[in-house]
Design a protein around this ligand. Structure first.
Ligand code: ADP
Length: 291
């Protein structure tokens, strides 16, 4: 539970008396709370780890970057800071409902609009951020394959090798990754990505409005977000149909979806351990073969 000092700090940030604080379940990384005032509810994540403040700042910057596109909603951020060793991110509370087909159609349209937003000419982002609790480097590149190999695959492959989750022999050479990625990757322009778009990272509000939450944003190939949506079962067909009315899903997408999912599976391997090894190993063999 939040201490009374922490509560009074949040009260100051909100500039409003707090009626009640309720712990919420569902967070993988931080403790989550619903904060009630006389008239409103707020959502607050709290975490006492050393990197939490940086994680929350970059999450806030990512949400604000999405908000700036005016294409899809995100919760409004009301505060971000650290008090007595506890970092917090305070935002609008979104009352969720179960998505119906129409909501998923709206979500597909709005995600395609976000992906069509022209924000920057290079791949990467203005700041590094996190994927789960792992650092995600976003150094910018004009070449998508180079970005994907050097900023996405390599850091996770090296981490897995250092943690003895993969052997050195299983790590493809840069030359091999370059030739495979150049063969499979489309000519693409940098789209703003959510960056971690699984089913737990969007909410449908009671009015049917989709909201993106907990992003790991950067500019990359839009198909990366689609690949992540398909990793654990996929979203409903109405979502993909609506998306492809705006951005045709390219015929070759099926051929590279595994390379894009490989990044997320490596992240899972590094975060949660060897139960993800068989999927990682299969994709490494499928795409990069033996050295
Ligand atoms: P963590 O970063 O710890 O994984 P999440 O951002 O996933 O935390 O949020 C934890 C839980 O709170 C999830 O169940 C999520 O659906 C819910 N949630 C996240 N943001 C909001 C919000 N603004 N309003 C209401 N519920 C939210």
């Amino acid at each position: 539970m939040l201490s009374s000092n922490f509560n009074s700090h949040i009260r100051k940030v909100l500039d409003c008396p707090i009626k009640k604080v309720e712990p919420l379940s569902g967070g993988d990384i931080s403790n989550a709370y619903c904060i009630y005032t006389q008239t409103h509810r707020f959502f607050c994540k709290v975490n006492d780890s050393d990197t939490a403040l940086d994680m929350f700042y970059t999450e806030k910057a990512g949400l604000e970057c999405i908000q700036h596109t005016k294409t899809i909603r995100v919760p409004e951020i009301l505060g971000c800071g650290k008090y007595e060793g506890y970092s917090f991110l305070l935002m609008e509370f979104i009352e969720p409902k179960n998505p119906d087909p129409k909501d998923m159609e709206t979500f597909g349209h709005q995600l395609a609009e976000m992906h069509s937003y022209v924000g920057q000419e290079s791949f990467g982002w203005k700041m590094d951020n996190y994927i789960g609790t792992l650092p995600q480097s976003n150094k910018t590149y004009t070449d998508w394959s180079q970005f994907y190999i050097r900023e996405r695959l390599l850091p996770q492959l090296k981490m897995a090798r250092d943690e003895k989750l993969l052997s050195s022999e299983e790590i493809p050479s840069i030359n091999r990754m370059e030739s495979v990625c150049q063969m499979h990757f489309p000519k693409t322009i940098p789209s703003l990505l959510h960056g971690d778009l699984w089913g737990g990272n969007y909410l449908i509000g009671v009015q049917g409005d989709p909201y993106l939450i907990d992003p790991s944003v950067y500019f990359g190939d839009a198909e990366v977000d689609l690949a992540m949506t398909r990793l654990f079962g996929g979203f409903s067909s109405r979502f993909y149909d609506a998306y492809s009315e705006q951005i045709p899903i390219k015929a070759l997408e099926k051929e590279r979806v595994g390379i894009y999912q490989l990044y997320y599976l490596l992240v899972h391997l590094n975060l949660f351990g060897k139960s993800y090894y068989p999927s990682v190993s299969r994709l490494l063999k499928t795409y990069f073969g033996q050295r």
